[in-house]
Design a binder for this molecule. Structure first.
Ligand code: SF4
Length: 199
């Protein structure tokens, strides 16, 4: 191999090592500085408060900077029952959040409609937005929510593929363009997202 050829390989190897390291640093920063937007609609929202409180202290995981503006948040915490009327608002909030963004569905109601087998309740928020982690329980314990956050952190660290996110399309995109009433939400494929136990 010529000297020039050897130098090129060296340069390539240096740039490859730098890129890999940079990805790891970015993932480290992302997973330890999640800014959550709590979408609390029912009792799970109260349980979420204890996750933020001093006993369980979500700050230990770098996710205590709660934001109520989607422009300043990258983790949507869906905590509580989502009615059909709320669904377009939930989607709008998700659309306005920063990239890369993540969704954690907390509790049976947010994940599956819970015991509300009724026409007016969404049977899982994953029908309208892409959910990364489902946390079961009614309500889930604070430890379970922390476990969900840690699962998400591991996904960010490992760069886990998220086809449910990549293939997601707003179920209300057409209605927004037409300024007409929101149609019934469509199902979004969520195969492969992380589920801790069963909701
Ligand atoms: S899962 Fe249980 S605790 Fe959570 S919002 Fe539904 S009924 Fe309330």
């Amino acid at each position: 191999m010529s000297t020039q050829g050897t130098q090129s390989v060296d340069d390539l190897s240096r740039s490859f090592a730098l890129t890999t390291k940079l990805d790891a640093i970015v993932a480290w920063g992302r997973r330890n500085s999640l800014w959550p937007l709590p979408y609390g609609t029912a009792c799970c929202g109260i349980e979420l408060m204890s996750v933020m409180g001093p006993k369980y202290d979500l700050a230990r995981f770098g996710a205590e900077v709660v934001r109520f503006s989607p422009r300043q948040a990258d983790l949507l915490l869906v905590a509580g029952t989502i009615t059909e009327k709320m669904a377009p608002i939930l989607v709008r909030i998700y659309e306005q959040m920063l990239e890369p963004k993540y969704v954690l569905s907390m509790g049976a109601c947010a994940s599956s409609g819970g015991f509300y087998r009724a026409y007016h309740v969404l049977q899982g928020c994953n029908q309208v937005i892409p959910v990364d982690v489902f946390v079961p329980g009614c309500p889930p314990t604070p430890e379970a929510v922390l476990d969900g956050v840690m699962t998400l952190q591991k996904m960010i660290k490992d760069g886990t593929p998220r086809p449910w996110r990549e293939n997601w399309k707003s179920p209300y995109a057409q209605s927004n363009a037409d300024s007409s009433l929101a149609p019934s939400p469509i199902n979004v494929s969520n195969t492969g997202s992380q589920q801790i136990g069963r909701p």
